[in-house]
Design a binder for this molecule. Structure first.
Ligand SMILES: NC(=O)c1ccc[n+]([C@@H]2O[C@H](COP(=O)([O-])OP(=O)(O)OC[C@H]3O[C@@H](n4cnc5c(N)ncnc54)[C@H](OP(=O)(O)O)[C@@H]3O)[C@@H](O)[C@H]2O)c1
Length: 244
């Protein structure tokens, strides 16, 4: 059994929750952060704690758009004596305000959450991370293909992919590896407001003709946590988008 703790941001729903379940099933302890849905967070804590009684499930509210959450997380890690062996930067924000209307505060809000928060959390958490730890970002296919609606989302996810490559050198002294998974379209609450017609248009572009289930991504996250030589990679999992 592997009792190192994996920190997963946005670990109470969607992709983050699926990754948490997978890591728990492999014997990891998990620290799951979330933004605002306290009721769901408590339900998930109870659900996972009873499904995986030999592992520890810690839950912490920590808004990624507020950089003071960085101290909150680091203090929680040290107060609970956690040994962080992997960090999954999964939570992300978008802003669909029209390009001609978006203001600098709204733009910065998304940059704070998707880019500044992971950079400065890593800076502060570095000493509390185990040598040989693994950092995995959730990037996006929309960081590779230009986004048709949200400029700031596409640019921040491209930046996340660039961060992976650029962080390698700075984390290598401690043997810490850094990679990203770039999912295509995943059937989570994130996508729930997308009209059926738009979903059908997207499915028509995907060779497999459907959205990904969050559980179908978890093999890739587990591999990036456990493999000791993959470093600086962005792994796209999109069912072959635009092959049709
Ligand atoms: N779904 C897709 O098609 C897709 C595709 C490519 C990439 N992604 C990326 O995958 C990641 C997860 O998306 P998902 O689809 O799994 O979303 P989701 O099902 O909506 O889950 C989002 C998770 O992030 C947390 N969260 C939301 N806002 C937060 C905030 N301000 N601070 C801290 N935590 C926050 C949520 O907790 P609360 O609800 O309590 O706030 C929840 O635990 C995101 O980075 C997204 O960009 C998603």
């Amino acid at each position: 059994m592997n009792q190192q703790t994996a920190l997963i941001t946005g670990g109470t729903k969607g992709i983050g929750k699926a990754v948490a379940q997978r890591l728990l099933s492999e014997g990891f302890d998990v620290l799951l952060t979330y933004g605002s849905d306290i009721q769901r967070a408590n339900e998930v804590k109870d659900e996972l704690a009873s499904a995986f009684p030999s592992s520890r499930v810690y839950i912490l509210q920590a808004d990624i758009s507020d950089l003071t959450s960085i101290d909150l997380i680091c203090d929680y890690v040290s107060d609970n004596g956690l040994s962080i062996g992997s960090v999954i930067f999964n939570a992300g924000l978008t802003d669909r305000t029209d390009f001609h209307q978006i203001n600098p505060d709204e733009w910065k809000h998304v940059f704070d959450a998707n880019v500044h928060f992971p950079v400065f959390l890593l800076q502060k958490l570095y000493d509390q991370m185990q040598p040989g730890a693994s950092v995995v970002f959730t990037g996006s296919l929309m960081g590779i293909h230009p986004h048709s609606v949200s400029l700031v989302y596409g640019v921040t996810k491209s930046t996340v992919h660039a961060l992976v490559k650029n962080l390698v050198k700075f984390l290598a002294p401690k043997g810490i590896r850094v990679n990203a998974v770039a999912p295509g379209f995943v059937d989570t609450e994130w996508q729930k407001t997308k009209p059926a017609k738009i979903k059908a248009n997207i499915n028509a572009k995907i060779a497999l003709g459907r959205f990904c289930e969050p559980e179908e991504l978890t093999d890739v996250y587990l591999m990036l946590v456990e493999n000791k030589y993959i470093n600086g990679e962005i792994i796209t999992v999109d069912g072959a988008y635009s092959y049709k």
